[in-house]
Design a protein around this ligand. Sequence first.
Ligand code: DHK
Length: 148
Amino acid sequence: MAGKPIFILNGPNLNRLGKREPEIYGSTTLAEIEAICRQAAGEFPVRFHQSNAEHQLVDWVHEAIDDGAGILINPAGLSFRSIPLLDSLKMFPGPIVEYHISNIHRREEIYHHSLVSKVATAVLAGLGPRGYAHAVRALIDMVADRNG
Ligand code: DHK
């Protein structure tokens, strides 16, 4: 029987990657990022999702609470203002890796204080689209460490 999957969750506007501010986010599409994640995960099961809706991300975190081994989340703009998303992540018992394509700390002030970072096990930012692979591997290592 396959083990519990990692949930890879992507927030608002990330469906526009490839066309969205390529000088910041590159030209890699979200579909290409999903392929990068699945390749990095190897045999480890993956649930990959994106939504522009806060409630949908909260619902996926609830699914992960019940059935997930770990969460990799790029909350995008929800990073900075979403108490509901933060509250849902607080309930998750496993490791959480927060990932941002850009280095949010080098950008405008509004991007400097992520609420999600208050609950994330680890935070990665600025490695570009390919950085998702590093985040996936780090999360799987954390899951393995917890499982002994
Ligand atoms: C993506 C977004 O949509 C922004 O709101 C964040 C993040 C940065 C990223 O770099 O992946 O501030």
